[in-house]
Each structure stands twice: as C-alpha cells, then as structure tokens.
Ligand binder design. Structure first.
Ligand SMILES: Cc1cc2nc3c(=O)[nH]c(=O)nc-3n(C[C@H](O)[C@H](O)[C@H](O)COP(=O)(O)OP(=O)(O)OC[C@H]3O[C@@H](n4cnc5c(N)ncnc54)[C@H](O)[C@@H]3O)c2cc1C
Length: 521
C-alpha cells in the first residue's frame, strides 16, 4: 500500500546514541526527521549498563586510552579513528553532562570504574548500571525541546532510495503496512547492531542489522563484518532472555568458576579470550560456568548493580547470594558500513555512525565501553559532514513506490539465527561457513521483497547481514580478535588489513586507511 512522500533536509534512521547525537547537531541547519522502528527508547543504547569509557580521570589521558584501544583491537585498529575517539570523547561527555545526563559521582566528581583490558579506572556510569538508558533519556528530552527535530516512531525503514547513484532518501513501513518515502539531502544510518543474527544474543529484538543490509543492497562497501564480539557473561537461565551481566561485575571482583567450582580464566582478560574459555568449559562438560559474587559485600553488590540484581531476581537468581549461570552471547558487531572519519560511506548522500558504521576504530575487538563513546563522537562528526557536504546536494525527485507485490515473512528468522550461531559463532571453520553461505544464498533468493511489514523486512535483513558476515569470515583464514577459525587458529599477518566487502566480494584493505574512495556521483 503506497502512502505519503515526506521531505526533510536531513534523515536520521535510528534513535540510539549515534542517531540522537547527530540529530541534535543537525538541528541548527535544517529540518531533521528521526525515523525509528519501535519506541524511541528501544535500542542497544537503552540496554547498555556498564558505562562509557572516557579519559577524564585524574590519572588518565587520551594517550593511555588510545594505547588500550589499539591493544584490544589485535593489530586492526585504524589509529586515526581511535585518536578521534579518545581525543574528542572528553568534550562530548562534558557536553552530555551539561545537557542533563546524570553520571554517577563521588564527592562531586565523576566516578570511574575499571573494565577488562583498560589500564585505568576509566568507565563512567550513570544510575549505577543503567548508563545507556540515562543517556538516551537525556538526549531524547533534549531532542523533544529542540526546534527542527521530529521523531517518528514505529516506522521501519526498508530500502534506500537512489537517484543516479546518490542516496536521496529511504522507504519505510508504517505499523499498518503502508509505505512512506522520505526524501532528504543527506541520510544517516544509525540503526545499530545486528546481534539478532544469532540465536544467543544480548541485543534487543530491534538489533537486526537493517542499516547494514540496506547499504549492502544499495551497493555500499562493508567493512570487517566477520568481527563480532561475543560477550562472555549473559544470564543462562532456561526460558529467560540472554540478559547481560556486565563486565563491570567482574571489574568489581566477581569470579568465574566451572562446574567443579574452580577458577579457570583471568576474569578481566579481553572479551574474546574469556568468552572462548567459557565456551570450552561448557563444551568439555565442565560447565555450567557461573559468575560468583558471594565473597563481595552484598549491600555493595545491590547498590552498585541495581538493574542486574533486580532482573536476575526475576529469573530466580539473587546475584548477591547465588552463583549466576552464564553463557557467551553475540553482543557487538565491530564491522559495519565502511565510512571515513566523518561518517561518509562510499555512496554519495549516505552516512553511517555508531554500531552500524565500520570506521576501523575497534579493529578486531572492541575495548569494553568504547561504543557508547563511538556513537557520541562519530554521530556528532557525521552531522557536521552532512551539513558541510549538503548545500549543492539536491533534494530527491518524486519516486515511484517499491515495485512488486509486498511479501510476508517466510518464517525463517529462527532458522537463520540457529544456523548462524552454529556456523558463525565463537568457533568457525571453512566447512561450517560454506554450508551456512549456501543456506543463506537460498534464503536471500526467496526473501520477501519488497517486504510487507517489519517482520518481513527484518527477516530479509538478517539473511543479508549473516551472509556478509559469513563471506567475510570465510575469506579471513586466520584467527584474530573476535574472529576465531578452528581450522586457522593463529593470527597470520598476511591478513593484517580490513576486510572490504565490495560488489559481493571480499578483499583486503589497508589498516590505516580502510575506506575506499566514494563512487562518483
Ligand atoms: C545489553 C547491552 C549492554 C551494553 N553495554 C555497553 C556499555 O556498557 N558500554 C558501551 O560502550 N557499550 C555497551 N553496549 C553496546 C552499545 O550499547 C551499542 O554499541 C551502542 O549503544 C550502539 O548505539 P547506536 O546508536 O549505534 O545503535 P542503537 O543504540 O542500537 O540504536 C539503533 C536504533 O535504530 C533503530 N532501528 C534499527 N533498525 C531500524 C530501521 N529499519 N528503521 C528505523 N529504525 C531502526 C533502533 O530501533 C534503534 O532506535 C551494550 C550493548 C548491549 C546490547
């Protein structure tokens, strides 16, 4: 069903930290429409607990934060992007505090905690363990009172609109299944992560990688899609969602124990190492692995982690008194739509920021709590580029509706998720990846297109994103960071570069300058 065509100067897809920060930056320069597919608060950002890494502590500086970011990224961090992150991060955080985000303080000063692979107490948090929720709350409140910004909820973007190679807007599906087209001079993908590709994930249902899938179908280059971070400790209670038990819990001294009650890994080692150690304990039948906080002061546990305490209690686990059963789960996608340092993708008119973007800032493995900061810093930068590139850009033409009869979902979501967990999870090999790619190619051939509703759009996107991950993972015949190949268990410096997926084919790009030139207009 064809609906309206709307016009805005700037179109922002997604209301997480990257989209909202960008929208606030754009508001002084034109009308901004933020389109989001659920309630505006529903996003990975809204679930972020531990905090945001920022070099603002008395014994810290941007150089130390940079060193830790480079070390976690296993040789693949784009240093220029990481410098931008750590150097601009403090200003973005002070700005957010001045806009009303209630970061936790002790004696009036910001309070910082430690997380894995950080050399300093650098992780700033809010309302104990509800940091992301508080950040979104304050950004949304500011957006509501900012002239020129409007937020349209429960509208799921389905495909980008192109005119002569330039992105001029986006189609989206309303809740009643009608299609609306929004045209604008610049479009930002801030659609977040893709944890829902996997059967086990900490991500909420909205995280289906829609922006990455739309960009892939439109011909944009993707970067490093094989690098997925599996969080070591999601709550493993049958029938319960894989609720994240933050790394900050281990930062406060919790221990990991196997079924025999033994500690078996260094709790604050990089996430991929801890996640695989747990996966192996479980696989070897020495599980189930538990997180043990019983030696910590129960009052402190309850006050420091109120949300974790309350949520686990709902599923029958009192974290201050019971060992907490945990499992690894897909958590964060390091790769995304390839962008330069200003959010520009390889398609004119199209920008990306936050988890949907691939700047190379995380390399092969993200340093804990660097992603909220990424959303703020690169959301602000993308907004600046959208304004700077804008004046000569045309607002798009009238466009016909998507061709073809809208199709319902084929009901393959769970099959995609299960097969991706098996073939593309913590340990991969060529046989499993080839089987998965063959399956996904068949799913993609018959995917609902154009999709009739959000469910159909997400099913198609999950297949596209899983395919891009599997093809990139098959290409990288080594193990590095979040990508572990059982058949190539060691790092191999012949692969010391970013994976660029271009025209459906992977190739190796430069570590330092990952993003290829834009396609000509
Ligand atoms: C449980 C959990 C805990 C975390 N803890 C931390 C932490 O402590 N520190 C840290 O730094 N990082 C943490 N992360 C990661 C971090 O939250 C995310 O990487 C970051 O918030 C991503 O922000 P974003 O703005 O890019 O995307 P998101 O916050 O995911 O926002 C994406 C937005 O796009 C919308 N959207 C998606 N598809 C469409 C579509 N087709 N049409 C319209 N709208 C769409 C979504 O509804 C959502 O509003 C955590 C993640 C999870 C899941």
């Amino acid at each position: 069903m064809k609906g309206d065509t709307l016009r805005a100067d700037f179109l922002v897809l997604g209301s997480g930290i990257a989209g909202l920060r960008a929208a606030l930056g754009l508001a002084r320069h034109g009308r901004v429409l933020v389109v989001t597919k659920d309630q505006p608060t529903e996003s990975n950002t809204g679930y972020a607990q531990g905090g945001v890494a920022v070099a603002l502590g008395p014994d810290d500086d941007a150089g130390l934060h940079l060193q830790d970011t480079l070390a976690a990224g296993a040789g693949l961090v784009s240093e220029a992007a990481a410098r931008v992150l750590v150097e601009e991060g403090p200003e973005r955080i002070r700005e957010l505090a001045s806009w009303g985000t209630r970061f936790d303080r002790e004696e009036g000063r910001f309070h910082f905690t430690r997380e894995g692979a950080h050399s300093r107490n650098r992780v700033l948090h809010a309302l104990g363990d509800a940091t992301g929720w508080e950040m979104v709350r304050s950004l949304l409140e500011r957006a509501r009172v900012t002239e020129n910004v409007s937020v349209r909820s429960f509208a799921c973007s389905s495909d980008l609109v192109l005119d002569a190679g330039r992105v001029v807007g986006c189609r989206f599906l309303e809740e009643d299944g009608s299609e609306t087209t929004v045209l604008g001079r610049a479009t930002l993908l801030a659609t977040g992560g893709a944890g829902q590709v996997f059967a086990e994930t900490t991500n909420p249902p909205v995280a289906t990688g829609d922006g990455v899938a739309m960009a892939l179908r439109a011909g944009a280059v993707l970067l490093d899609m094989e690098f997925v971070q599996f969080h070591p400790t999601a709550l493993a209670v049958a029938g319960a969602p894989r609720f994240l038990v933050s790394e900050a819990v281990r930062g406060e001294g919790a221990h990991l124990r196997n079924g025999a009650g033994e500690r078996f890994t260094e709790e604050l080692a990089p996430r991929d190492q801890v996640a695989r150690a747990i996966f192996r304990e479980n696989g070897a039948g020495r599980g189930p692995v538990t997180l043990d906080l019983r030696h910590l002061d129960p009052e402190r546990v309850r006050s420091r982690f109120p949300r974790i305490h309350a949520t686990c209690l709902r599923y029958g686990v009192d974290v201050s008194r019971d060992p907490v059963p945990v499992t690894p789960a897909a958590h964060y996608v390091m790769g995304g739509v390839a962008t330069d340092l200003h959010g520009r993708t390889t398609l004119p008119g199209l920008y990306a920021a936050g988890e949907a973007a691939g700047t190379g800032v995380h390399g092969a493995n993200r340093l804990a709590s660097n992603s909220l900061l990424e959303g703020l810093v690169f959301g602000a930068r993308a907004a600046e580029a959208m304004v700077a590139d804008g004046p000569e850009a045309r607002v798009g033409p009238d466009v016909p509706p998507a061709s073809g009869t809208p199709q319902a979902a084929a009901g393959r979501r769970q099959e995609i998720q299960r097969r991706a967990w098996d073939g593309l999870g913590l340990e991969r090999d060529a046989g499993g990846l080839r089987g998965l790619i063959a399956f996904l190619e068949e799913v993609r051939r018959t995917a609902p297109s154009p999709p009739a509703d959000r469910e159909a759009a997400e099913e198609r996107n999950l297949a596209d994103v899983a395919w891009s991950m599997a093809v990139s993972a098959l290409f990288r015949e080594e193990s590095r960071g979040g990508h572990f190949r059982g058949d190539f268990p060691r790092a191999d410096d012949r692969f010391l570069g970013h994976t660029l997926l271009e025209g459906g084919r992977p190739r190796l790009g430069d570590v330092g300058a990952p993003v290829p030139e834009r396609a000509p207009c």
